[in-house]
Every structure is written in C-alpha cells, then in structure tokens.
Write a protein that binds this ligand. Structure first.
Ligand code: GAR
Length: 227
C-alpha cells in the first residue's frame, strides 16, 4: 500500500451539509489539504442550489448535490430523501456547516452520535437565529461559537468545544460575526480531527474525550495553568 493509499484508508468518511456561503466547509477543506486532517469529504449536499459553498466544493473536486426542501410536500419526505442520499456515501460523520434547516426526530435519531453542528454562540446561551444581535442586545461581554453533537433538542446537544470572543462597545452584528467566524474556522476542523483520531467518541448519550466522560465543553484556546 502506498502512503497516500494508507492515508485514504485511515481517513474518516464525512458528508457535509450546507445552506449558504460555506466558509466553515472551506476551513475543513483547507484543513484536509494543508494540515492533513485525516478526513475524506465524500460529498457536500445543500438544500439551496445557489449556495456558494457548492462552488467551493466543486473547486476542491468534491462531489456535490442539491436536495431542495421546497421540492417536497412534507419535511418527512424531504428528510427521507436527504437521508437516502447521505447514506449512499456511507459517512461515519455528518457535518452540519451552516445548514439552516431544523431537522426532525427520525433524521436526528438515525445519525445519533455521528452528526455535529456548529452554532454561533456560547451554548446554552442564544440557541436559534440572530445570535450576534441578541448577544449585543443582551450586553454580554463574551460571545462565541460552539460545536455540538446534534440531538432532538434544537441547539441543545452536548457541546464538545467552544471558543469565546470579547464584545466591544462599538460592535455591530457584522463585526461580531467576523470575529466569531475566525474562531469557528479553527474549532470545527479541531473537533472533526478529534473524532477522526478516535479521541472524541460517544457512548449512548455520553460524550467521551480520551475515554473519559466530557463533563464540560473544551474551551479553545486552552487556558494555560501554572503550578
Ligand atoms: C456560521 O456562522 C454557523 O455558525 C452558522 O451559520 C454560519 C454559516 O457560515 N450556523 C447556524 O447558525 C446554525 N444554526 P458558513 O456558511 O460561511 O460556514
């Protein structure tokens, strides 16, 4: 077996779901190409045909597909069709990267313990939409992004890793989004790497990191402790 064949064999197969720009998808692609993230992105699937992330995938030579939710008469039919397509690629992990649809129980249960989402807040604060504006309105001093396993509770699954950013008096939602996005592009590839390397696993409802129950989200960057 050649080196590249060996790497391919060890790579974690993933499918990435997007709805829009795909900058987090790009961060994952870059991590595979630049930082040897041991992942094989088997497909990128969007619910919107005009999602810019599809172009990013195409440029990287990754198969793409569109499953347009508007073409189905019910959410159940849409999700059954999406699931069927995803499963053709036999991913070990489904990565929601700016995928802006709420998912039903059957779909979520099917991928239990093998579906990650990125959310632009320090969960459990600000689940749902417009998180940056809501953080500004609430006058919190710290905001950020979270990577979590997807469960039936919207943005409520166990958080694996979080990155915090400060908020400043002259911020608006766009400046905050830019600051948070820089962190998102670090922590999403990081969490996926942990899964690919077998460090991050699940056992039933429990998340394990290095075989130990993960009781608190990992904070990025890690705080340095001195003794
Ligand atoms: C990201 O900020 C992600 O946290 C957010 O959508 C953006 C997608 O950006 N996800 C959610 O709000 C999920 N509820 P991208 O398309 O450039 O990766």
């Amino acid at each position: 077996m050649s080196n590249s064949q060996r790497e391919q064999a060890a790579a974690l197969p993933i499918v990435v779901l997007i709805s829009g720009n795909g900058s987090n998808l790009q961060a994952i692609i870059d991590a595979v190409q630049r930082d040897r993230l041991p992942v094989q992105i088997r497909a990128v699937i969007s619910n919107r045909s005009n999602a810019y992330g599809l172009k990013r995938a195409h440029t990287a030579g990754i198969p793409t597909a569109v499953v347009d939710h508007q073409a189905f008469s019910s959410r159940a039919e849409y999700e059954a069709s999406l699931q069927e397509l995803i499963d053709l690629y036999a991913p070990a992990l489904v990565v929601l990267a700016g995928y802006m649809r709420i998912l039903g129980d059957a779909f979520v249960n099917h991928y239990q313990g093998r579906m990650l989402n990125i959310h632009p807040s320090l969960l459990p604060a600000f689940p749902g939409l417009n998180t940056h504006q809501r953080a500004l309105d609430a006058a919190v001093t710290e905001h950020g992004a979270s990577i979590h396993f997807v469960t039936n509770e919207l943005d409520g699954g166990p958080v694996v890793v979080q990155a915090a950013v400060p908020l400043f008096a002259d911020d608006d939602a766009e400046t905050v989004a830019q600051r948070v996005r820089i962190q998102e592009h670090i922590i999403y590839p990081l969490a996926i790497r942990w899964i690919a390397e077998g460090r991050l696993t699940t056992r039933g409802d429990q998340v394990l990191f290095d075989q130990q129950p993960l009781r608190q989200p990992i904070q990025y960057p890690p705080t340095l402790t001195t003794c």
